[in-house]
Structure formats: C-alpha cells, structure tokens
Ligand binder design. Sequence first.
Ligand SMILES: NC(=O)c1ccc[n+]([C@@H]2O[C@H](COP(=O)([O-])OP(=O)(O)OC[C@H]3O[C@@H](n4cnc5c(N)ncnc54)[C@H](OP(=O)(O)O)[C@@H]3O)[C@@H](O)[C@H]2O)c1
Length: 254
Amino acid sequence: MTQTNNETLTLVTGGNRGMGLEIVRELAAKGQHIILGSRNLVKGQQSADQLATEGFSVDVVELDVTNPDSVTQAAKQLTDKFGYLSVLINNAGAVFDFGQKASDVSVDTLQKDFGINYFGLIDVTQKMLPLLKKAPQAKIINISSMMGSKTEALNPESVVYQAVAVGYQSAKAAANMFTVQLAKEMQREQLNITVNAIDPGMVATEFGGSTPDRAKSMGAQPITHGVARTIELATDWNNKDNATFSNTEGPVAW
Ligand SMILES: NC(=O)c1ccc[n+]([C@@H]2O[C@H](COP(=O)([O-])OP(=O)(O)OC[C@H]3O[C@@H](n4cnc5c(N)ncnc54)[C@H](OP(=O)(O)O)[C@@H]3O)[C@@H](O)[C@H]2O)c1
C-alpha cells in the first residue's frame, strides 16, 4: 500500500445487493471505509444492517445513478462528511432489452439501457471526480461486461456470440470508451487517478430478473468469483493499470 495520508474511502454504487453488496463486504473486510450507495435508502440500510451482523460497519448514501439530483446530493454528502474519495466503483447496472431484436427494439428501451449503464455512470463519475482528486491516489473502476465487446460478439467461439441485448451491449461498449477517454485524460493531466473497466463474467445474481439458482444452472459463476478482479484492483495500490478491460482470467478484448 502506498496510499498513506487518508483511510481508503470507497463508494460502491448499487451496493445493496448482488455483486455490489459482495464488493462492499469484501472491501470492508480488507479494512476500507465503505460507502454503500443504494437508490433505495431503506434497502441500503437493510444491507448495511446485515453486514453489521457479520461484523462490518459501513455508511449508506442514497444514490440513484439515473437521477441527477440524487447524484448531486450524494456528492455533497461525501464532500461535507469526508472531503475526499479514494475508490469509486461504478457497479450499478441493469438490462432492459434481453432477447429483443436490433431491428425492432424501441428507442425508449434503448434509452433506459443507456440511462443507467452509460449516462448514470458518467454523471456519478463527473460529480465524484473533485473528491477523487483530493485523495493522494485514486481509482475509478467501471463494472462493464464482455457483452459490450464487439470482438467477442463477432467470435463464434464466444458465449457473447449468441447474446442479443443491443441496448445493454451498446451501453457497456460506450461505457468502455468513456473509460478509455477518461483514463487518457487523467494521465495527460498527470493526475494520480486510474480508470479501468472490468468484466465480472456471467455471475449468479438477480441480474436481468433472474434468480441466483437459475443463473447458476445456466453456468453462471459464484458472486465471489465475479468480484475477484474488482477486489484485486481496488486494493492493490501498486497496480498502475490504466485504460484496461479485464476479468479474473486476464485482459478482455474491447
Ligand atoms: N450478473 C452478471 O452475470 C453480470 C455480467 C456482466 C456484467 N454485470 C454487471 O455487473 C454489475 C452488477 O450486476 P449484478 O449482477 O450484481 O446485478 P443485480 O443483482 O441486478 O444488482 C444490480 C444493482 O444495481 C442497482 N440499481 C439498479 N438501478 C439503479 C439505479 N438507477 N441507481 C442505482 N442503483 C441501481 C440495484 O438496486 P435495486 O436493488 O434498487 O434494484 C442493485 O443494487 C452491473 O453493472 C451489471 O451490468 C453483471
């Protein structure tokens, strides 16, 4: 660890369940001070209460990534209470167009996919950036998906080849380009902030309206496997990776 001046302070969006909650749990277990972002404060507090029974104390902030006022308020709360942020994990995500054909998926549905997975991620990032700049060293980790890889979508050997969710896939691909552009900007401006995208793989959560058991029966990995690369990157301050897209197995094609 070379991060010294402050305690590592980490915000996880969509932290109340699924991979977000596991990321909160594992980073708290590693001694980071966690702010669990949840669009529903009651649900967020319930998750924090559950973690407390496991011995982890975390803060909760109301944060709906698709509501600009909510994001502004969350940034203000963190500014007033802490004045800096070490790690931002943009985990909140959702799919609205599984199985819908590119030829007739509605623009309204596509906008929902982009609302959370692209515009929401950018709004949170931009509003938290002043706080990240206050930390001696900071990381932005964007939870993307191999579903956003055009290389994999064109590879008949890949699981992504058969997948059809053009809105979700395009939004994750767009978030990947935002990752690259912001990473290069941070580097150009000689800021000590890295920006990377992660593919968790297919993971047994309630994502897309599934159940963990159903997802598992279709080959999804345990949640702990899905978050492993994120935990590695969020805790290794010697790792200077920037503008990368990776999963637990290694680099992922853009
Ligand atoms: N599961 C997979 O196989 C898989 C694969 C590749 C990538 N991913 C990505 O991994 C991330 C986490 O997915 P997951 O599997 O953990 O999904 P999940 O179990 O469905 O959890 C999604 C989380 O996002 C939150 N959320 C939804 N809309 C939000 C909003 N407007 N503002 C803030 N939070 C919001 C949910 O909160 P509520 O409880 O309030 O709904 C929930 O906490 C997502 O970005 C997803 O795209 C998942």
